[in-house]
Design a protein around this ligand. Sequence first.
Ligand code: GRF
Length: 192
Amino acid sequence: MNIVLLGSGTGSNAKAILEKQTQGLLGKARVTGIITDNPTARILTLGDSYHVPAIHIPSGPFKTKLTPEVEQTYVDHIRAWSADLVVLAGFMRVVKETLLNAFPGKIINLHPSLLPKYPGLHSVQRAFDAGEKECGCTVHYVNAVIDGGDIISQSRVRIEKEDTFTTLMEKVHAAEHTLLPEAIRKLSLEFR
Ligand code: GRF
């Protein structure tokens, strides 16, 4: 099962996926490409380290989404890399019709909350500020509703009294680095 990763920033989750692949722990999944909307994103550097093509595609005039034309360029690259699954690993743009229609039911996202709680931005901060006893992360299918698609898997993180926002973020990231590769591994074993 070929997967293409889309990300906008650090790429720690993309790195976790590539590490599992290197260790032979990603089932039948194999990363065939990485795309970013951010020319300075660290995720780009993973391409060289893991011998995977990694490219920047300029994102167009909007901050939170891509134009249909830019989305079509994404589609063309994703198809050229024969993707069976598209994984949003810290991709900070809302995915619109051109991408959704090109890969129906084949785009998954990682979100740092226990959805349906705290969709959208700053989820960990909002859970922390609300005095929640737990938060976590979710892998879900992507549809036209932001962070609203069917849930694939979740990981819970307890919020302890001594936690600060920073320690909580570290715990959520650690949970993500296990959850997302494991979700991909399981999907790859079901893939025909
Ligand atoms: C993660 O916290 C993920 O849940 C969110 O964006 C962040 C990406 O981090 N969607 P990284 O770029 O993988 O380090």
